[in-house]
Ligand binder design. Sequence first.
Ligand code: EPU
Length: 294
Amino acid sequence: MFEEVAGLVRADVAIGPLTTYKLGGPTSFYAEVSSRDELEVVLAAWRPTGLRLLVLGRGSNLVIHEDGIDALVVRLTGEFGGVIMEEETILAGAAVRLPQLARAAVAGGRLGLEFFVGIPGSVGGAVRQNAGGHGRETSEVLVDVGMLDASTGEIGRRLASELDLGYRHSSVQSHEVVLEARFSFEQGERATGEALMREITRWRKEYQPGGTLNAGSVFKNPPGDSAGRIIDELGLKGTRVGGVSVSHKHANFFVADSDATGSDLFRLVEVVRNEVLARTGIELEREIQFEGFA
Ligand code: EPU
């Protein structure tokens, strides 16, 4: 498979290290593409294979099984990492890191994207998940998105209003590759934006277990409540399966030791979900994405 694009697609590549949890085994095929041309060539070779396609962003919401996965994992780099300050909008490549986008915008006196400084994901991931924090979410600043349909090779532009963006949700499918996104902003004082970014960073340090192996919130918040508050109230902080435990700092963050496995995490998620369901009747829904698990 992939003989014709052998220079771009490698077999049996460890992708755990490309996720924030640093857990997990290899993927059967992996390609890093730095231009649209390279992406199109790789996808043309992928189309007849029947393999699952997984577009990897910053891996900040993803857990890979220790036995690995059978998929073509594609990671965008190079020209997908550019930010262009347009007159009325900011155009960012899918691979741009969200904190980098926030800082670039503020540096130019463009405000409204500061909340991205606290989200360790990519622009593509933010579109797909409608990432949010600190009272704001991607849908509020997203104008439109350049997308490539991997199954047809078609490139198109979709308005934010066409993406069914909701709480940590969009209609973007796994075969739809986000290429770039355009964001709105308000003109303002650079110092104002910098102060807000400092406050967000300070808040995260105080309330979230930064510097540990985690992927942010494990569960989505149920309507009108907080998964972290619920798990904490049930006394489940510190609950452990193998090398993964519920953070003592924030109960909706599950922190991995360096010898943990993805399965430890998967099981801990089930233990906590079942406990919450049994004791409160609330069905927590996972926010983090597991790949390679039954
Ligand atoms: N709380 C507890 N115990 C805990 C954790 C939280 O009692 O262990 C309480 C807090 O005191 C607070 C409430 O629960 O009253 C909500 O907690 P927090 O302010 O930390 O917000 P969250 O709802 O847990 C959400 C997002 C985060 C985002 C923060 C800040 C979700 C699932 N999580 O967390 O997003 O950073 O707000 O805006 O929506 C992520 O999605 O990965 C993520 C980190």
